[in-house]
Structure formats: structure tokens, C-alpha cells
Design a binder for this molecule. Structure first.
Ligand code: ZN
Length: 293
């Protein structure tokens, strides 16, 4: 079942982001006034920043599918631990702002890339890897895969992986892969296929509904309200959204001020992933152009 996320044209206004946003305005203004003009991940760790508290290796053998919005299991996070994920990029106008905000707070995130965007903006993918972020794939052209036959759905997946690999070139890490279905529109057959290849499928535990039109203040209020209720989890955001890029510095400050910790998820080393049962290895199932190494 597809979940209505990302660029949905059928929903035109925010129903749940209303309410008193005034108190967030001063947070946003303060962040904009004090944020450094340039911030580099190479300067991290840096005192006073949110930082990345720990790295969590996610292996398909133990966690083939994570995210309570779609699956019964999620990552083993402690109370007040969050994982930041961004979908649909890269897009220069917004993704670069996201990267600057993350670097300013020495935070590592995961980007689920749309392959055709990677082909258009390979330098941004390289910047993400160089800053220590994790790259996952989000198909070639962001179609609803449960509306395609399996052959075409696999082409969308494989072409997406291949585009990311081509964009990264020699920077491509020797790890297994992360993947997120557009609109969370998975099928049992595609999930089985990805698991057999050592690919971890990410859902999400909470989101900011940032595919809806909203102001940065509304998004900040909605996201912090939701986070305060569940207190931890995989957070879905979109690095293609102007309001998310504008909101992120204040959200990272909120996490710091309220004692949250950011966990950086990374795929397992390729050797471990390829130790799957015979005939089920990543290499045996690697799509054309995506050998996994
Ligand atoms: Zn998406």
C-alpha cells in the first residue's frame, strides 16, 4: 500500500501543521542570524554543536526492513536518538543549504537519491559522501513501483543504483546498499528481491509531512510535536523542499537544546553482505551496472 508522501498534488494544504507558530519564529530568526556563513564537515567535531553521537551499522541479515510507518520493525535506537534521512535530491538550490546546515552542526545524515538527479548533479553526491553522509537510493525517476510490473519496477531500482554509482565514481563506498521506495509503495516480491541482494529497505518512523505546502515555522512545530510524542526514530525529510532547507538549522538547534542525539546509519561492509546463502549473494543478483563493489 502506497503512503501519500513526497510531491503529492492531491493534498493542497496542511491540516495538522496549524497552531501557534509564533514562538518558533524567534528560534528561526536567531539561527539565521548566528549560523556561520561557511561550515565545513572537516572542522568536526566542534564544541557546542549537536554532533553525531554514534554510528550504527545496519545489516540486511539482521534488519532487512526498518521503519514503523511501513514495517513491524525499526532500528534499535535508544530513547531520544534520531536518524535523519532526506529524500528526492539532489537539487542544488535546496540540497546545498541542507548540507551547510548539517555541517554547521557536525551532523551526519542519509540521503535517498533519485537517480536522474544524481546524473544531473553528480558533484552534490560527491559532496555528500565527502562530508561523511550515507547515500541510499530512491529509484531512477521516483515512480510508484507497486503500479509497475515487476520487470519495470526492477529496472527503476537498478537504473537508480547505477546512476548513483556512476555519479560517485571512485568515491563509491564498498558497502551494501540502502533503499527507500518512493511513496513507500513496495511489493512483497520487490522486498524479497532487495533483501536477497543485501539491500536494506528504509521506511520511516516519523516525518514532517514536508511534501505539503507549509512555512518553515509550521514544519518545525509539526515535526517537534511529533518527535516529542515518540521521542526517537528514523525521521523522513526532503532535501528538495525550500521550507525544509529553511527549517533545518532551527530543528538541529532544537535537538541539541532538548537532549536528542543523532545516530548515523551506515551499510554493512560488502563482504558481510555478500555472505548470504549461495545463489542469494549480492554479486549473483547484481543488476547490470551495479556490481556492489
Ligand atoms: Zn520520494
Amino acid at each position: 500500500m502506497a503512503t501519500q508522501i513526497c510531491d503529492s498534488s492531491s493534498v493542497t494544504r496542511v491540516r495538522d501543521a496549524r497552531g501557534p507558530a509564533r514562538r518558533f519564529k524567534h528560534i528561526l530568526i536567531a539561527v539565521f542570524m548566528t549560523a556561520p556563513v561557511l561550515a565545513h564537515a572537516a572542522d568536526c567535531p566542534r564544541e557546542g554543536t549537536l554532533g553525531t553521537s554514534r554510528t550504527l551499522v545496519v545489516d540486511t541479515k539482521e534488519s532487512p526492513r526498518v521503519g514503523l510507518k511501513s514495517f513491524p520493525h525499526t532500528l534499535a535506537l535508544e530513547d531520544k536518538e534520531v536518524v535523519l534521512t532526506f529524500d528526492d535530491g539532489p537539487l542544488p538550490a535546496t540540497t546545498n543549504k541542507i548540507l551547510t546546515a548539517l555541517a554547521a552542526e557536525c551532523v551526519q545524515a542519509t540521503f535517498f537519491i533519485v537517480g536522474r538527479n544524481a546524473q544531473s548533479y553528480p558533484q552534490i553526491l560527491k559532496a555528500e559522501i565527502k562530508a561523511g553522509h550515507t547515500i541510499g537510493n530512491h529509484t531512477w525517476s521516483h515512480q510508484m513501483l507497486d503500479h509497475l510490473d515487476e520487470t519495470h519496477a526492477l529496472e527503476e531500482i537498478n537504473k537508480g543504483f547505477a546512476a548513483d554509482d556512476a555519479a560517485l565514481g571512485a568515491l563509491k563506498p564498498a558497502t551494501a546498499q540502502f533503499f527507500r521506495f518512493p511513496y513507500f509503495a513496495s511489493t512483497p516480491a520487490l522486498l524479497d528481491n532487495l533483501q536477497s541482494r543485501g539491500v536494506v529497505v528504509f521506511g520511516a518512523d516519523l516525518w514532517a509531512s514536508d511534501w505539503l505546502p507549509m512555512t518553515p515555522q509550521q514544519e518545525l512545530e509539526l515535526l517537534t510535536q511529533r518527535l516529542s510524542q515518540v521521542r526517537k526514530g528514523i525521521i523522513l525529510l526532503h532535501d528538495t523542499k525550500i521550507h525544509t532547507a529553511a527549517m533545518l538549522p532551527a530543528f538541529l538547534r532544537y535537538l541539541k537544546t532538548n537532549g536528542y542525539k543523532v545516530v548515523h546509519v551506515v551499510p554493512a561492509p560488502l563482504k558481510a553482505a555478500s555472505a548470504a546463502p549461495a545463489g542469494n549473494s549480492l554479486a549473483a543478483n547484481a543488476p547490470q551496472g551495479h556490481t556492489g563493489n
